[in-house]
Design a protein around this ligand. Structure first.
Ligand code: ADP
Ligand code: MG
Length: 241
């Protein structure tokens, strides 16, 4: 591909989400404590972005805003060109269900349900037959290599397998955005690598991924690293490969 073509390609990439001058503060005793300050960045469809920063820098707060689990104090959050910054609780819930797949550090699986049931759960809000729900959940579990563990409950699975069930659950609604908060934080390093490889494959398949981490070696798996410090973005760079 020559340079002109690749420039065209970049022009054609569409913006999935845009944060514009986002701030978040929490009311404490007699003053507001700022946690995020003037955060502005965009994520294009198909990007694999990592947000890296030390403990206490505001990563989880930012993830909650990106994931519509919380709203900013100031600024705009555009998702597919719709401003989400000031939606009601019910509207935010809908955006979450329909547009975002979550992966957490501690997997957040329901312990009384087996793998297939956990992955089927996000589909109960969609008008699908039970048969179709199960077909999609099986397909998502096969994608993460767990087609042979459908009836296992979380405590019968290793940490890496539990995280793969959680990733299948994030994928099953085919959301435009996958948000992962320290997804390898509870895994040993070999298992963590396997999970990062899986994210990389999902990225190659076209998924948009935003992954949060405090770990520079984990951050490098993204194609672009945003660094956050004291609630501000202090660097935004492409990763050279
Ligand atoms: P990180 O995930 O990078 O470790 P957090 O987003 O969890 O950081 O927290 C950033 C800062 O915001 C911390 O100083 C934390 O104490 C503060 N903070 C987070 N949530 C609240 C809250 N609900 N009320 C008051 N302060 C909070
Ligand atoms: Mg955190």
């Amino acid at each position: 591909m020559d340079l002109a073509d690749s420039a065209d390609l970049e022009d054609n990439m569409s913006t999935l989400l845009a944060l514009e001058h986002i701030s978040k503060s929490y009311p404490m005793a007699n003053q507001d404590v700022p946690v995020l300050q003037d955060i502005t960045f965009t994520v294009n469809e198909g990007e694999f972005v990592t947000i890296m920063g030390p403990s206490g820098s505001g990563k989880t707060t930012l993830m909650h805003i990106l994931g519509c689990l919380d709203v900013p104090t100031e600024g705009h959050y555009r998702f597919h060109d719709k401003d989400l910054a000031h939606l009601s609780e019910m509207q935010l819930t809908r955006v979450r269900r329909e547009h975002i797949g979550f992966v957490f550090q501690n997997f957040n699986l329901l312990t009384t349900l087996n793998a297939l049931e956990n992955v089927t759960l996000p589909l109960i809000y969609q008008r699908l037959s039970r048969h179709e729900q199960q077909r999609r959940a099986r397909e998502a579990l096969a994608r993460v290599g767990l087609e042979h563990r459908l009836t296992y409950r979380p405590n019968q699975l290793s940490g890496g397998q539990q995280q793969r069930v959680a990733i299948a659950r994030a994928l099953v609604t085919r959301p435009p955005l996958i948000l992962a908060d320290e997804p390898t934080g509870n895994l040993d390093s070999q298992t963590g690598l396997e999970v990062l490889q899986l994210f990389q494959e999902l990225s190659q398949e076209g998924h948009t991924i935003v992954m949060i981490t405090h770990d520079r070696d984990v951050a490098k798996w993204g194609h672009r690293i945003l660094e956050i410090k004291d609630g501000r973005i202090v660097a935004d760079r492409e990763v050279n490969r």
